[in-house]
Design a binder for this molecule. Structure first.
Ligand SMILES: Cc1ncc(COP(=O)(O)O)c(C=O)c1O
Length: 415
């Protein structure tokens, strides 16, 4: 692990200044007044609040940090320095190899077909002992063998992924399409296959129940959908606990698993309560992208935010920001737009929304805005803001205490 440039300390109960937006955001403006937008800020108190609240929700199960939801090494290091966090769930093999220079336990959360990276992994005993690849089929093993034959290479650590979606006749496939391995029987067959092949070591099992972890059960303005989601999530939690338990028992008959990983920020309570799970994965709850405001079980603090400058006023009742097309991945819906958080009383124009290079705003707050003023926004998703800026300015109290590079700022665009 690298040495973090700042420490996260458990905040005192009730130390939640973001609940008073009229103080929180102007303080961020004052602290960063010497910097020119576009800029990204990370409030240290809010980040600490989120990190500790995730630990509380995980109830003693270690949290593996989902790096795609952060993409800032200093933040990964500061979180990993806290007891209760252990290891990284990376999103590409090149990223994992880079992180493994300083972090000794990195699981790649998705299968890889990166031949150059596989070659590097297989040629380096230390990297091979620190990095685990995700597989769900025999073809992925064949691909690795075709790049580097098993004889003479470092043993490759593998984790089998379980499809953890919720499938019913009424709803169909609810969750994400990931692994073809759904049943204990299918998992056992793949585990036996891995065990019989030289050059591989089966060390983990992962099941990510996205339909619970990644779907807020309190969608804004839609109580009917909230009821359906509560119903679905309740049943899915019971179903995945049973099925994952069976799968883990079946795979453990074949291989000595070092870990069973599950969940995400939105499911820390239920995944950690699953006896077959040894660790939970989570990342988004750290920065608190606004997609995570719609859960009944928790409310992240807005730790990461970005500021854009007002540069013109097409009418006295409008104010235009320079920049703003920072829209999130996923289904193209309004919730993928950044949320304008300060000043209050601003909205985007339906025909332009978060424009490519400028974002015109209307609303009562525009009257007081002039060129050079700044507006604060939150990204929908937690890690994607890091792809737009080279650094985060870390704010504690009234001042910037550090500037930490994003992956992008370190010249790394992994995906
Ligand atoms: C395999 C896996 N586990 C866990 C997560 C949860 O990450 P987060 O806490 O950022 O939602 C993800 C996110 O997509 C994932 O792909």
């Amino acid at each position: 692990m690298g040495t973090p440039p700042f420490r996260l300390e458990r905040p005192a109960p009730g130390d939640t200044p973001w609940l008073e937006p009229a103080r929180f955001w102007p303080r961020l403006t004052r602290a960063t007044a010497h910097l020119d937008p576009p800029l990204a800020a990370l409030d240290l108190g809010a980040l600490a609040h989120n990190a500790f609240s995730m630990l509380d929700r995980a109830a003693g199960k270690p949290i593996r940090v989902a790096s795609k939801s952060v993409r800032v090494r200093a933040v990964l290091d500061s979180v990993l320095a806290l007891p209760g966090y252990a290891g990284v769930l990376a999103y590409t093999l090149p990223e994992a190899l880079w992180l493994a220079e300083t972090i000794d336990d990195v699981v790649v959360g998705y299968p890889t077909a990166d031949r150059a990276a596989i070659r590097l992994l297989a040629a380096d005993e230390q990297l091979a002992s620190r990095v685990t690849l995700m597989v769900d089929s025999v073809e992925q093993l064949d691909l690795i063998d075709a790049v580097v034959p098993p004889r003479g290479r470092a043993g490759i650590r593998l984790c089998v992924e379980l499809d953890s979606s919720y499938v019913t006749r009424a709803l169909g496939h609810v969750g994400v399409w990931r692994s073809p391995v759904f049943t204990a029987g299918q998992a056992r067959v793949l585990a036996q296959h891995i065990a019989a092949r030289p050059g591989f070591e089966l060390v983990g099992l992962m099941g990510y129940e996205a339909q619970i972890a990644g779907v807020g059960n309190r969608p804004r303005g839609n109580p009917a959908r909230a009821r359906v989601l509560d119903w679905m999530q309740h049943r899915s939690i019971a179903e995945i606990a049973d099925r994952r338990g069976e799968v883990v028992r079946a795979v453990r008959e074949v291989a000595d698993l070092a870990f069973v990983n599950g969940g995400g920020t939105g499911s820390l309570e239920s995944t950690s309560a699953d006896a077959s799970v040894t660790e939970v994965a989570a990342g988004s709850g750290l920065f608190g992208g606004h997609l995570f405001d719609t859960y009944s079980r928790f409310r992240p603090a807005p730790a990461a935010a970005f500021a854009l400058s007002v540069v013109r006023k097409p009418t006295p009742q409008m104010a235009t920001l320079l920049g703003g097309g920072w829209i999130a991945s996923g289904p193209a819906q309004p919730d993928r737009l950044p949320e304008i958080v300060w000043p209050e009383g601003l909205s985007m124009q339906p025909r332009e929304m978060a424009g490519e290079v400028q974002t015109p705003l209307s609303g009562r707050a525009t009257a007081a805005l002039a060129a050079g003023d700044r507006v604060w926004l939150r990204h929908t998703k937690s890690g994607e803001l890091s792809e737009h800026v080279n650094e985060f300015h870390v704010v504690s109290g009234d001042e910037v205490v550090a500037a930490v590079p994003t992956y992008r700022g370190e010249g790394k665009a992994f995906l």
